[in-house]
Design a protein around this ligand. Structure first.
Ligand SMILES: Cc1cc2nc3c(=O)[nH]c(=O)nc-3n(C[C@H](O)[C@H](O)[C@H](O)COP(=O)(O)O)c2cc1C
Length: 228
């Protein structure tokens, strides 16, 4: 019996069991096998939802707040808190769409109408777009790569939590992620990193029709290193 079950607590059953307990409650601590099994199973079936299959409504403010509490609970070296999260909705998305097109035309003045339309459509494809960025700080023990990794973990947690809540989400990058013009428009420094644009929304009919993804065989990537 898990420690929480022994204590008479309700374990957190992600994706359709008992209601999620209050943040900070003992039931949220992953101390019992029930929780671990649940987390492992949920991660095994996590998947992205193509932005073209995302529709309204987006998450509520309360749901978003819950997810962001998880996003800042990722492992992170040195308590630098290098991540930045920009919530982009509606007017913000329309403005970002213009920025994306301006950036494309600055890089490629000959861009085709199709390319322009695709770039314009990018930020508009979901009710909520979360820009996950990292503002690295010089630190004697924490190289920049570790701070970028922390931002990546946050992006993963955000996407996975929304999946767990029944929403769809996808993490995309592309040329705008690396554009100084886009960073500046978003209020970021040129030295900041855009880790990704995480689209979030309700899974549309196209998403529901997709069969579960076939995943790689873990043993293809695992070796036992014995040192000999
Ligand atoms: C850092 C990063 C950047 C990505 N950028 C893109 C992208 O620009 N376009 C895209 O289609 N998928 C991108 N992906 C991949 C998708 O987010 C997704 O993982 C992929 O489509 C596989 O789907 P799955 O998550 O269900 O396995 C990116 C993933 C990561 C981690």
């Amino acid at each position: 019996m898990s420690r929480d079950a022994a204590a008479g607590e309700t374990p957190y059953m992600a994706g359709g069991g008992a209601p999620c307990p209050e943040p900070g409650s003992t039931a949220l601590r992953l101390t019992g096998s029930t929780h671990v099994t649940s987390l492992v199973q949920r991660l095994q079936v996590r998947e992205s939802t193509s932005a073209k299959n995302l529709t309204t409504p987006g998450p509520t403010d309360d749901e978003l707040a819950e997810v962001m509490r998880a996003a800042v609970a990722v492992p992170e070296h040195g308590a630098i808190r290098p991540w930045r999260f920009l919530m982009v909705r509606e007017a913000g998305q329309r403005r970002l769409s213009e920025v994306f097109v301006d950036d494309l035309l600055a890089v490629d003045p000959e861009a085709s109408e199709t390319e322009i339309a695709k770039r314009r459509d990018g930020p508009l494809r979901s009710p909520l777009l979360i820009v996950v960025a990292v503002s690295p700080r010089a630190h004697p023990k924490v190289p920049e790569i570790e701070q970028v990794v922390a931002g990546g973990l946050s992006a993963f947690v955000i996407q996975s939590c929304f999946h767990d809540m029944g929403y769809g989400a996808v993490w995309v990058t592309g040329q705008p992620s690396y554009s100084e013009r886009v960073k500046t428009a978003l209020g970021l420094a040129p030295t900041d990193h855009i880790i990704g644009f995480v689209h979030v929304g309700t899974r549309g009919p196209g998403a529901s029709a997709s069969p579960p993804k076939k995943r790689p065989e873990p043993s293809d990537y695992i070796v036992e290193w014995t040192g000999s």
